[in-house]
Ligand binder design. Structure first.
Ligand SMILES: [Zn+2]
Length: 304
């Protein structure tokens, strides 16, 4: 069995990463410029392939800027292969195995594994929101728990994974795989992740009432009364996030087991910046690629 080219060829690896990082074309990680007319691919014998120059800030960049692969002498395809091996094997993989499979020294393999694991860690847990900012909170169900009966009646949450999501308007999103919608599970997450000065928006679920009083304001839309937007009170942003997240799960992960849900949530967070930027942008102002890029940069800097 031969390996896909992205694991054996550095050009294929770079193109693959470009497609993932820049689905709408390259943008400058220094200033957020995403205007294709103001970005040029540098060609010349002395430049490495895949280096672009931003005509806004005059700085060069490539797809690896800001990633764990930046400034590495290890070829990109070996990085991708290592990341694949580390994420695809259920029991994990040792640095010794990596060293043999990648043809790099043991020391290099250990370093790579360390950097990749670091890159997979959840977003930094500095609180979201703040004075004058709004955070929507909502929960949804996804997939079945292991051992759930084959036939379940609709709407039953007993045997389903529950996901709690916090979305800051114009900012980032965080999702948590939780055991149940009790105050004991929800409240500590909400307290640890949202700044007290934020305004929060939820639906009318009773578990939000008490903790809501700890924030600058708490507004709830009455979903049971078919109310989704009242003035500027809404949970449409977080629901838009869920619709994208669930579509992704259906398309890519047909069988999402409990064990791996957290990983998919981390990936969903990656695309959520675009979702929230588009949704909010669509409501308040036109969204250009440049605005999207700014949203992305803000989102990534918050990830710290
Ligand atoms: Zn720039």
């Amino acid at each position: 069995m031969s390996l896909p080219k992205i694991y054996t060829d550095k050009t294929a690896a770079r193109r693959h990463l470009e497609k993932l990082q820049w689905p709408d074309g390259p943008f400058c990680p220094h200033c957020g410029n995403a205007d294709p007319g103001r970005i040029t691919l540098l060609k010349g014998k002395s430049t490495r392939p895949g280096v672009y120059k931003c005509r806004e800030c005059e700085k060069p960049f490539s797809v690896t800027v800001g990633t764990v692969f930046e400034r590495s002498h290890i070829p990109l395809h070996k990085w991708l292969y290592a990341a694949h091996l580390l994420t695809a094997s259920k029991k994990g993989i040792s640095s010794h195995q990596l060293h043999r499979m990648l043809g790099v020294t043991y020391k290099t393999a250990w370093f790579m594994a360390h950097r990749i694991r670091e890159g997979m860690r959840p977003a930094s847990m500095t609180p979201m929101g703040g004075a004058g900012k709004t955070v929507e909170i909502d929960e949804t169900t996804s997939g079945k728990l292991e051992g759930a009966p084959a036939r379940m009646h609709k709407g039953g949450t007993q045997f389903r994974n529950i996901v709690l999501t916090l979305v800051e308007h114009g900012g980032s999103a965080r999702s948590f795989h939780i055991d149940g919608t009790t105050m004991a599970t929800l409240v500590p997450i909400i307290r640890a992740n949202i700044s007290r000065e934020s305004a929060i928006m939820t639906d009318e679920a009773p578990w939000y009432t008490a903790v809501g009083k700890e924030f600058a304001s708490h507004d709830a839309v009455m979903h049971t009364a078919k109310e989704y937007v009242r003035g500027n009170v809404t949970t449409n942003t977080v629901e838009g996030y869920y619709s994208i997240f669930k579509r992704g799960m259906k398309g890519i992960y047909q069988h999402c087991s409990e064990k791996h849900l957290h990983r998919y949530l981390a990936e969903a967070r990656w695309s959520a910046f675009a979702a929230s930027a588009l949704l909010i942008g669509g409501l308040t102002r036109p969204t250009s690629p440049r605005q999207l890029a700014r949203h992305f940069l803000r989102w990534r800097s918050r990830r710290g």
